[in-house]
Design a binder for this molecule. Structure first.
Ligand code: NAD
Length: 368
């Protein structure tokens, strides 16, 4: 049987730097755990524009469609700011998400004990936090028609439309129920059913699926504004949260920052199952290309490393190996190993991007 395939798109800025560390970790799993991947690398974003005049070449798109999973670094940078909107680096990423139809965006908010003092909230509120926000990614108000700026009478009107079909709600809700079943068994669905018809339908569909197919998952509903408040008040009450594109955009950013540095946050975007049963999938850190620190060995590779851990769990059915990698990261942090973004009140041992990769590899070795 052939090895599972992984397409790596390191991108721009710190993307290639953090991805170099992930490559070493991928090789470690091949050498030490017998989990070899067929890895292909290609271009996305500004570097693809430099090479091909487009932020995502059609050949690369075809490779992404065929891969068992795609791992992306980051795109963008000041060099490309003046480009036409149609060829900006971010368009490459948007095309991947759209053409792979990645409708479920998974954003974990996990607080490593060693970093609990980095949060803007009190240690007891965030220590041990481990929640997952599932944001619908391909529909809702960012895509609904009509949209635009029109003139009515003697003034202009900006229009966007919140629109959800039952099937769009159904598929993202099922993804969230499945996750809840594998995690703590609790799902909270957030919308504004009190003031929005799309929210009424959202609540109806989620309730129906829960009763019919997931009676073992404890389902609750919350208005999204109250949800935002509860996320800041006592986030540990949640396990999995499912919500629409707009509310998910806001709530996942807020929840992520409960846990400290941008350099720590992974994400996964999942689509429908392929013929082999694996979901279409793109894994990427939440951060951008960080041009202010690119090329200086300062970037924290943990967000990208944890994105690969998500790939192990959600694409390659290797949850225990994902646990091993996450535990290695937790160990390194507990040992006080710190890239510049993690240097805080507790001091710690400063390391470069490569130094952090070395430390995670050493912790992986120690886990055997
Ligand atoms: P950014 O996430 O690149 O950087 C924000 C701040 O966080 C910077 O000070 C940066 O140094 C720091 N930072 C980010 N990642 C870090 C890491 N791994 N380790 C240490 N510090 C880190 O956001 P920005 O500055 O708003 O955007 C820069 C470029 O990235 C822009 O061109 C933007 O369009 C692009 N961008 C791309 C993505 C993506 O590829 N998914 C996401 C956001 C922004």
């Amino acid at each position: 049987m052939s090895n599972p395939s992984l397409l790596i798109l390191a991108g721009d800025g710190i993307g290639p730097e953090v991805m170099a560390e992930v490559r070493r970790i991928i090789d470690w799993f091949g050498d030490k755990r017998g989990m070899a991947f067929d890895v292909t690398e290609d271009l996305v974003g500004g570097c693809a524009y430099d090479a091909h005049g487009t932020p995502l070449h059609d050949d690369t798109m075809a490779k992404a469609q065929a891969a068992d999973a795609v791992l992306l670094g980051a795109v963008g940078g000041p060099k490309y700011d003046a480009l036409d909107f149609s060829v900006k680096p971010e368009r490459g990423l948007l095309r991947l998400r759209k053409e792979m139809d990645l409708f479920a965006n998974l954003r974990p908010a996990q607080c490593f004990d060693a970093l609990a003092d980095f949060s803007s909230l009190k240690r007891e509120v965030v220590a041990g936090l481990d929640i997952m926000i599932v944001r619908e990614l391909t529909s809702g108000i960012y895509f609904g028609e009509p949209r635009g700026i029109v003139t009515e009478g003697n003034e202009r009107v900006g229009i966007n439309t919140q629109r959800y079909t039952e099937s769009e709600i159904d598929r993202v809700a099922r993804a969230a129920f499945e996750l809840a079943r594998k995690r703590g068994g609790k799902l909270c669905s957030m919308e504004k059913a009190n003031v929005m018809e799309s929210g009424v339908l959202w609540r109806e569909v989620v309730t129906k699926i829960g009763a019919a197919d997931y009676p073992d998952v404890e389902l609750s509903h919350m208005y999204a504004d109250a949800g935002a408040m509860q996320l800041c008040r006592w986030p540990k009450q949640f396990d999995v949260i499912v919500t629409d594109n707009l509310f998910g955009d806001l709530l996942s950013d807020a929840a992520a920052m409960l846990t400290g540095s941008l350099g720590m946050l992974p994400s996964a975007s999942l689509g429908a199952p392929m013929d082999n049963g694996r979901p279409k999938a793109l894994y990427e850190p939440v951060h951008g290309s960080a041009p202010d620190i690119a090329g200086q060995g300062k970037a924290n590779p943990i967000a990208c490393i944890l994105s690969f851990a998500m790939a192990l769990r959600y694409s390659f059915d290797a949850g225990s190996e994902a646990d091993r990698l996450e535990a290695a990261v937790a160990q390194v942090l507990a040992d006080g190993v710190r890239t510049a973004d993690l240097m805080g009140p507790d001091g710690g041992t400063p390391v470069t991007t490569t130094g952090m990769g070395d430390a995670v590899l050493a912790a992986l070795d120690a886990s055997l």
